[in-house]
Design a protein around this ligand. Structure first.
Ligand code: IPM
Ligand code: MG
Length: 368
């Protein structure tokens, strides 16, 4: 297969882990006879230095010509959020791309592979078998509602509004039902319906759409309880669908539960375009690690590239429908771990520690 992938490495550890993913792509091309090519674009701090904006128009144009975006990370150190170079970098780039490309659904798999239970801070018998897919709504809700800061009677006040339409909820919930059909056929809607009106609408929409998917067992759970259950009985979930804000928080929690955000890839997808029956329908998506740019460890060749590599696997699966290739990448990562090859964040006391590059080489070896 041919294809063009826009590569936006970004800031911090972005360029290092992206280099790993591109090496893996080359190995996939060689092994499976594909000719996927990459086109690099600038974003974040590098873009700011060059163009005075975090998301230059030419980067967006380049992405429009590609089949998908493989994204690294953007953003500066926590201690330097107010400098013009970094102020709003994440918002401008990440939220900007999500909105521009209508990336309405975000898929974050939280999986504990057999033999990797020790990565988790939870007890092995509790964590064993955890395999959750969080489907997060990505371009509406409180992130995109009106926000403002103003004064009432001399009191500084800030507010934002969470807003959802029936249609916005329906599109993402449908993705979740379809995903559940290919998995263990269970969907949990996470909300705060004891308080919030948007959550009540999520329930109404989901009950309505459930009629199209009678084979799926669907239940509702309040978000505070869901946070608790993700720690107490993580293996009891299959697919979780939730709004933008809850999904953001729960996916970090889930990352910690599986062992590290450095293990969690993500796919932010839009609707399929083209003819499904003709076999050439393609889904545009942006694929990125769930973690950030980690400036504190940037440039040291110690970051774990797993989330970036697994994001590439998701790209092949969701944009190009190449399940076999995606699985080969996932299995190669797992085999590398099983052979004791680990980056600093995963190596147990006394175990060998591999650099980003060396770990990548081991994954490639397993892939070949
Ligand atoms: C994520 C990130 C982003 C979000 C930030 C960087 C805007 O935390 O992708 O989870 O909140 O969506
Ligand atoms: Mg987040």
């Amino acid at each position: 297969m041919r294809g063009t992938i826009a590569v936006l490495a970004g800031d911090g550890i972005g360029p290092e882990i992206m280099a790993s993913a591109v090496r893996i792509l080359d190995a996939v091309n060689a092994k499976f006879g594909h000719t996927f090519e990459t086109k690099e674009g600038v974003t974040g701090g590098v873009a700011y230095d060059k163009f005075g904006v975090h998301l230059p128009a030419e980067t967006v144009e380049m992405c429009k010509k590609a089949d998908a975006i493989l994204f690294g990370a953007v953003g500066g150190p926590v201690s330097d959020q107010e400098s013009t170079r970094w102020k709003d970098a994440e918002k401008n780039v990440i939220l900007g791309l999500r909105e521009k490309f209508n990336l309405f659904a975000n898929l974050r798999p939280l999986k504990v592979w057999q033999g990797t239970e020790s990565f988790s801070p939870l007890k092995p018998d509790l964590i064993a078998g955890m395999d959750v897919l969080i489907v997060r709504e990505l371009i509406a809700g409180i992130y995109f509602g009106p926000m403002r800061r103003y004064e009432v009677d001399g009191e500084i006040t800030a507010e934002e509004t969470s807003r959802y339409t029936w249609k916005e909820i329906a599109s993402v919930v449908r993705i979740a039902f379809v995903a559940a059909q290919k998995r263990r056929k269970k969907l949990t809607i996470v909300d705060k319906a004891n308080v919030l009106e948007t959550s009540r609408l999520w329930r109404d929409v989901t009950r309505f759409i459930h009629a199209e998917f009678p084979d799926i067992a669907m239940d509702f759970m309040f978000v505070d309880n869901a946070a608790q259950q993700l720690v107490r009985s993580p293996a009891s979930f299959d697919v979780i669908a939730t709004d933008n804000m809850f999904g953001d928080i729960l996916s970090d929690l889930g990352g910690a539960v599986v062992g590290s955000l450095g293990l969690v890839p993500s796919a932010s997808i839009s609707a399929k375009v083209g003819s499904a029956s003709g076999g050439n329908a393609r889904r545009f998506g942006l694929y990125e690690p769930a973690h950030g740019s980690a400036p504190d460890i940037a440039g040291k060749n110690i970051a774990n590239p797993t989330a970036q590599i697994l994001s590439l696997a998701m790209l092949l699966r969701y944009t190009y429908d190449l399940d076999k290739e995606a699985q080969a990448i996932e299995e190669a990562v797992l085999s590398a771990w099983k052979a004791g090859k680990k980056t600093k964040d995963l190596a147990a006391k006394g175990e060998e520690i591999l650099s980003t590059d060396d770990f990548t080489s081991c994954v490639i070896e397993q892939l070949q």
